[in-house]
Ligand binder design. Sequence first.
Ligand code: GTP
Length: 359
Amino acid sequence: MEAILLVGGRGTRLRPLTINTPKPMLPVAGVPFTAHQLAQAHDAGVDRVILGTSYRAEVFEQYFGAGERLGLDLVYRTEDEPLGTGGGIRHAAQALRSGPEDPVLVFNGDVLSGLDIPALLQAHEDTDADVSLYLTRVADPRAFGLVPTSDDGAVIEFREKPTTPEEIVTDQINAGCYVFKRRVIDEIPTGRPVSVERETFPGLLERGRRLTGFVDDGYWLDLGTPLSFVQGSADLVLGEVRSSAVPGPPGERLLLADARVADSAVVGGGTVVGARSTVGADAVLNASVIMDGVEIGPGATITGSVIATGAVIGAGATLTGCVVAEGARVGVDNELIDGARVWPEVSIPDHAIRFSSDR
Ligand code: GTP
């Protein structure tokens, strides 16, 4: 069984974390996010994966090599200019060995899910679809691509990011994983950017192809924003969603090699403390991602935040819903709140920022 994993995006919504590291290589529950997706694919019977890379392509091969550690045969197909989601699938497909009628799994590289992959493959075979799409239901579908289906699961139309209430015709959205018949991938044009959501799928429908929706109401999260990124990591650590790549049993916290946490510190809510990081006395860490070599001072309070490699958080600082990039320093007693992003190597002096309670 072969799969294509799309990992070539720029991850702009996660800047500045993605300035040096491509989004799928950011650590989630202790390992790069791509490691979870590869483990899930392997556990579902996939044995060969083509990674469609573009932005910072070299980082993937440096980490995963030919895939021996994962029990997978990994192949890299790099786009010199990003070709978009559809163009990326087409470009990667040149390395496939599957025959024209064989099923090929395609994954977006930023979706964390509990999808029953074998059930999706079975549905694809049962309905003899040209493409089967994994769909999930969300309360507010405005930021997504809607995919209404008929009673027998046939896709009726594709509607990208609806704005008016009339346009919200369903709560089913494209969840970022598909099964294609290989010959259908070969129909995508080469040599230019193509969006699979906006061009390929609507075009296939127009040409009368059989597209089937497979609704799975299990865990689903798009890790594209800092808020969902920390949530995904915490859920993996807590065991809300399973991945055999998490380096430890499910629990309140995950401490990586040589992490040092003071006895009086409270670390929970699915927080990861990275390798060689230190957490000072009385610090309180909740649902956060602390990467490697980070120093957290005594009495600091960090909630729902990402602290990147080598950053320093001063004593008594309070961070809620923030991103602190590599090598940055937040001085003592600062208070940073929702959405604050500190750029790499920036240093915020001690006692520089506080939010008044009457804002
Ligand atoms: P944002 O810039 O924050 O929207 O993130 P992104 O660049 O990752 O874009 P998006 O979330 O829409 O991408 C969905 C998936 O497709 C991700 O796994 C991306 O890595 C991948 N992707 C997006 N564009 C390309 C591309 O041009 N080539 C390849 N190979 N993959 C892509």
